[in-house]
Design a protein around this ligand. Sequence first.
Ligand SMILES: Cc1cc2nc3c(=O)[nH]c(=O)nc-3n(C[C@H](O)[C@H](O)[C@H](O)COP(=O)(O)OP(=O)(O)OC[C@H]3O[C@@H](n4cnc5c(N)ncnc54)[C@H](O)[C@@H]3O)c2cc1C
Length: 495
Amino acid sequence: MSAGWLRATALLTMGLFSALALGKDKQPTAIVIGGGMSGLTAAYELQENGWQVTLLESKPSLGGRSGLATTEWIGSSRLQPTLHHYLDEFKLKTVDAPEYVRSTGYLIAGRYFSEEDLLKASPDVAEGLKRFDKSLDELAASVSDPLKPLASSTLRTLDSISVKRWLDKLALPPVARALVDQRIRSRYDEPSRLSLLYLAQQARVYRGLPDADMRASRLPGGSTVLAQAFASKLKMVKTDARVSAIVQEKDKATVKVGPTGYSADYVVLTVPLAALDKIAMTPALSPLQQRALKDINYGWRDQMLLKFKKPVWGKTRLSGEVYSDQGLGMLWVEPALKGGANLLINLSGDNARLMQAFGDKQFIDQVLIRFDRIYPGAREFFTGYELRRYGKDPQVGGSYLAYGPGEISLYWRMWEKPLGRVIFAGEHTDALYPGTLEGALRSGERAAEQAQKLVAGKTIEPAEEQVASGGPAPVVNQAKAGETAKKGFFSRWFN
Ligand SMILES: Cc1cc2nc3c(=O)[nH]c(=O)nc-3n(C[C@H](O)[C@H](O)[C@H](O)COP(=O)(O)OP(=O)(O)OC[C@H]3O[C@@H](n4cnc5c(N)ncnc54)[C@H](O)[C@@H]3O)c2cc1C
């Protein structure tokens, strides 16, 4: 029996229970706040289960943070099963990625290197990168269950350490270190702002899956086409509808958009934490949740599409994931449908934060100046740009969740517990795949399932390992602490 069929049966069964609990004639109602991937998924799943759903989105269009890419890289179905489930459901075709983009590339002092080239040309850099990968794999192996990253006092200590401190101990050759820093800030955030436990937990989630699985195929049209597919199924969507308040009463919740109030049985709240901080909640969030709104770290990743008259990079393979040692983040070539040549550049971490004060045009100029140093003539053939600056957007406040030191210990799985009639979703609420489309979609499904349970009169148990209810740190049991967490693993790094 397929997993998809089981899932559908489970959702349908819950739908029947809820209909019974409400009485035959009462159709359950929900307001979903936020038209990003998580909100679209929650709205779609609830509607499919017989709910009357209203989706409210503050911006003029749907899709939220999903990217600028016109043909987004899609991971394999092993890596992103929920994403593939919806691509299949909406019959959206992906195109297999060419083999050469599946491995990582590097721009060192302006010269392009594949992994094989690097091994020949700079064995010390290649060895440094290999040593980093091996050490990260050891760290990952010390997390036996990525849903329980706080399972031992050793792991809890990792949460208090920054990735930077760990990298300093690794003492990689400088170029290897610059490339590793760039990889980490492109995927998460600046190593100094990142919890080592978070890096280990994320590496554990993806452990054993080849890096090539990250770019198994492309989705023509980018994730926007998926957002449109969801939206085409939804009956009630309101854009330009910014929610300012949510008031919960005994038998309903009312959501305010300007002077208008919308009432429903349940609310699914999918906005990023910076936006949540601007919504007045009655009753209020718990003090710890309020602290989390200000505290939880989001990475910084600005995305720009630079357009050129011709591929100024010549025959160099600038596709897949390419990292430079000079701060230019992950970059890849995008098809230019109207002629010319397009390059997508992600500027991440403090390299992007530093540019905060710059206007859009100055920002692009700064990147072009650097790019022109690598590919002389780039400025001459430059024709235009598109830019998304998530960090500067007060409704987002960064790219996506990237736990800073100490934050997993405080806030682990905090948002999976509903607050009365309000259920939280969004990439930041997914324990395994935060910061990804997969995480956003999973959180929408989870929120829909929780709404079904609540309407059926069931209670939602707090997620296991929620720190608020967690007891004292258990004594470290090395034998159980993961397959390769050898004795002394921790003291080797931090004494
Ligand atoms: C630069 C960048 C690159 C990325 N690259 C990848 C990638 O390659 N692969 C991958 O899998 N993931 C990637 N991601 C992550 C992925 O895009 C996100 O995880 C996902 O889009 C988040 O969806 P969401 O629904 O949780 O949040 P959002 O998309 O932010 O949706 C929340 C929505 O709520 C709306 N909103 C906010 N406040 C209010 C309000 N008060 N009232 C009403 N509506 C409101 C917002 O406008 C927004 O539309 C990337 C993200 C960024 C920023």
